[in-house]
Ligand binder design. Structure first.
Ligand code: UGA
Length: 428
């Protein structure tokens, strides 16, 4: 098949690379000329494991372009994967997707299956269909499919190849688009879930909201466990063993971040409000996430009476391991709060770069330098590099001995044996 992927962000690039790997001819188009020129020269704009290898491996099938008009003329299947960031009021900013639809509508000269992968609020795909009709495109010339993605940054390629499910939202009776989707994903063994356009949009939002809820739930439980001297890891294991609950997304820590959960939960809440539906659960899960950093600050204040004059090393800037993405990173939130208190922050990350310039938050290129003379070390992202550290060596370079494990990912007993004062959440 010839497929045109519009948007070269992590979803668009991952989709393009995997579709080429499945044997399709793929043109990936983006309005960012510099990004496209770099991609043409083999320079990948983001750090995403396996992505660069897959793009290089499939370079004869996967090409890059800056022109939507030219690219869509070569493909009957268009896959739209542009960003839908948050507006200030929490609603989704659909300007990128609207501008792509406008441009496509003016250049439909043969039948197109238009697949929307971008995360969009319920009702958007229906309104895209109407917009294209209003632009004068004949209904016999196109159809719209909602095909949301469930790709985690850091494991996007494997998530796409081994997807738990492929969700497909169709207009009533649109069997042709389903056959196109099945042709496109030919080779993947994932089960299909077929629903309406709006049903697929809702599945995407509900999935992210449910995962965010699990994280906030375990973080609230961890706060209670702290008071009753119960190990939250045992609780997560105990409840996760119940197949009805499942073991995933029950890792307590500084809370969720990234470009998806925060904006999607807000957007779902906005969509609910628009129809006068109250959302106490969505509100509560966000409140827990927003205040999780404070719990850690309080722990530090208790342990370090002179916190405001201390040097604190923060390992991990990205919102989670295996990505260089710092959007809504809880680590950045924590650093900002600590610097407001007066701390000097020394940050290090294997891939991510501090998103802001700050005179009290300094990024180091070498981990060893970031820990020198620090009073306290905070493990804010569970990068493998940090889990493998020689903690004895780390301690010998620090001035103090406080280790705040904000991801609950270290072995407390072993760390304490080395003379560290270990702080986690729900880790008595
Ligand atoms: C998330 C979803 O997992 C994907 O299925 C979805 O496609 C994607 O959003 C999206 O909508 O595009 P992502 O944001 O890349 O993917 O990362 P996750 O692995 O879901 O982690 C989100 C946040 O939750 C991270 O800050 C992570 O550290 C945190 N987290 C995750 C926890 O604090 N505890 C856990 O047990 C799991």
């Amino acid at each position: 098949m010839d497929i045109c992927v519009i948007g070269a962000g992590y979803v668009g690039l991952t989709s393009a690379a995997v579709l080429a790997e499945l044997g399709h001819r793929v043109i990936c188009v983006d309005k960012d000329l510099e990004k496209i020129n770099n991609l043409k020269n083999g320079i990948i704009p983001i750090f995403e494991p396996l992505l660069e290898d897959l793009i290089k491996k499939n370079k004869t099938l996967l090409t890059f372009s800056h022109s939507i008009e030219e690219s869509i003329s070569k493909a009957a299947t268009l896959l739209i994967a542009v960003g839908t960031p948050s507006n200030i009021d929490g609603s989704s900013d659909l300007s990128f997707i609207k501008s792509v639809i406008n441009e496509i509508s003016g250049h439909i000269f043969s039948y197109k299956t238009i697949i929307i992968k971008s995360t969009v609020p319920p009702g958007t795909n229906e309104s895209i269909y109407k917009t294209i009709l209003e632009k004068g495109v004949d209904p016999s010339q196109f159809n719209i499919v909602s095909n949301p993605e469930f790709l985690r940054e850091g494991s996007a390629i494997t998530d796409m190849i081994n997807a738990d499910r492929i969700v497909v939202g169709l207009r009533d009776g649109d069997g042709y688009s389903l056959s196109i989707i099945k042709q496109m994903y030919h080779g993947l063994k994932s089960p299909y879930i077929i629903t309406s356009l709006t049903g697929a949009e809702m599945i995407k939002y509900a999935s992210n909201a449910m995962l965010a809820l699990k994280i906030s739930f375990i973080n609230e439980l961890a706060r209670i466990c702290d008071k009753y001297l119960v190990d939250i890891q045992d609780v997560a294991k105990g409840i996760g063993a119940d197949a009805r609950i499942g073991p995933h997304f029950l890792q307590a820590g500084i809370g969720y971040g990234g470009s998806c959960f925060p904006k999607d939960v807000l957007s779902l809440q906005f969509s609910a409000k628009a129809k006068n539906v109250n959302t106490p659960i969505l509100e509560a899960l966000q409140e827990i996430n927003d205040t999780q950093v404070n719990i850690y600050i309080d722990k530090l204040k208790e342990m370090m009476p002179d916190l405001s004059h201390s040097i604190i090393t923060v390992l991990g800037i990205a919102f989670k391991a295996n990505t260089d993405d710092t959007r809504y990173s809880p680590s950045v939130r924590l650093m900002n709060r600590l610097s407001e208190i007066g701390c000097e922050i020394h940050a290090y990350d294997p891939k991510a770069v501090l998103p802001m310039a700050h005179n009290r938050i300094i990024q180091f290129n070498r981990l060893e330098e970031s820990i020198l003379d620090s009073d306290c070390l905070i493990l804010a992202t569970d990068w493998e590099e940090f889990l493998q550290l020689d903690w004895n060596d780390v301690k010998s370079k620090m001035k103090g001995n406080i280790l705040l494990d904000a991801r609950n990912c270290l072995k407390k007993n072993e760390i304490e044996k080395l003379g560290f004062n270990y702080l986690g959440i729900g880790r008595p």
